[in-house]
Design a protein. Structure first.
Length: 362
């Protein structure tokens, strides 16, 4: 039985501020509204998402259902709550974030490709059932927070910056909420997201996704520590796991190499999302621990721990126009061409004025 997400840190924050609205709905119970949505999605929608992907893309992904949603909600709470259990989010922001987390993967029912763009169809159906507000602005904010958790918009992976909201420090802070969802989703790929039993049964389900399930299976702990601004991932392997290759989208890879690739992706997502966290959320470093055990994981042998943080002098393109499109085709020479006639005209007028002045004095 799925535990209601109302019991999470974010759920409790919403419960304590259940009537705190943004659109003048002071008597509206947002906590009760979320509880009904939570129950419906967990029972009627999330269990069907993985099946939809399998049918459409012929691949069995790791969990995209209710369990994954609960993990993302828990990670988001870990990121935003301080060691003293305080949180900079308002109750209404908690409602927006919780609802967006619930919806961020529902578009997978039609396949992975551009699944972020299919969220709107699910939201429309939920609204028809009275499970989402009829407030257009509220639904748009939830949709936008959910849809920028990955993918691209117009070929650009910087999806959050393209949201059409002010980067205000006043609630609701859409950029903050979107970045929390995005990074919490990155941290939610642990051992709760796969079935060891089905991995052991050779059904052919994992033909293209075997390494994704093994990655989740061996990511045993994700520890978010706001007291020292550290996020730690702990992997536990054994020699048999280390020495074989796993299937991945038509190729085969070692799990160790997959861990390194995913760690680099996590580092880039950390740098990216941190841009929208300041000054409310702060983490300096991501630690990754990889241990190889023997004797059925009873004896630790080889181990490697590394850290990733922003360091060194910032890398930038040689030309500022590559990062500031508004400066395209602008240069000192182009400005010279643009203003030369005005300068020449001003000089001519100046000479005429001086000439007339001398004539008057003469």
């Amino acid at each position: 039985m799925t535990v209601p997400n109302s019991a999470s840190k974010l759920g409790r924050l919403l419960e304590q501020n259940r009537f705190e609205g943004y659109l003048g709905k002071g008597s509206f119970d947002y906590f009760d509204h979320f509880c009904r949505l939570d129950e419906y999605l967990n029972s009627e929608v999330h269990p069907q998402v993985a099946t939809g992907v399998a049918i459409k893309d012929n691949i069995w992904l790791n969990d995209h259902g209710a369990g994954h949603i609960s993990t993302v909600i828990r990670r988001a709470g870990d990121l935003v709550f301080k060691p003293d259990d305080t949180c900079s989010l308002t109750g209404y922001e908690a409602f927006l974030l919780l609802t967006a987390i619930h919806l961020h993967d529902v578009g997978n029912f039609g396949g992975r490709e551009e699944h972020e763009q299919r969220i709107k169809a699910v939201m429309n159906t939920l609204a028809e059932r009275g499970l989402l507000s009829d407030e257009t602005l509220e639904r748009r904010m939830i949709h936008d927070i959910a849809r920028v958790h990955g993918g691209q918009i117009g070929g650009n992976r910087d999806t959050i910056s393209q949201l059409a909201y002010d980067r205000s420090t006043q609630p609701p802070r859409i950029f903050l909420l979107a970045s929390l969802l995005r990074f919490a989703d990155e941290l939610a790929d642990d051992c709760t997201r796969t079935s060891r039993f089905f991995q052991s049964v050779d059904t052919g389900l994992y033909e293209g996704s075997e390494v994704f399930h093994k990655y989740s299976d061996r990511l045993r702990r994700v520890i978010v520590k706001p007291d020292n601004a550290t996020i730690r991932l702990e992997f536990e392997l054994e020699p048999d796991v280390v020495t074989r290759k796993y299937r991945k989208l038509g190729s085969e890879v070692f799990l160790f190499d997959e861990i390194l690739d995913r760690s680099l992706k996590l580092h880039k997502e950390h740098i990216y999302c941190s841009r929208f966290w300041t000054p409310w959320v702060h983490f300096d470093v991501v630690q990754v621990s990889i241990s190889v055990f023997t004797d059925d994981y009873m004896t630790q042998g080889w181990a490697k721990t590394f850290e990733m943080r922003q360091q060194g002098y910032p890398r930038a393109p040689a030309d500022i126009r590559e990062i500031v499109p508004a400066l395209k085709n602008l240069s000192g020479a182009s400005l010279q061409d643009r203003f030369r006639s005005k300068v020449v005209g001003a000089r001519k007028r100046g000479r005429k004025d001086r000439h007339r002045g001398r004539q008057k004095r003469g």
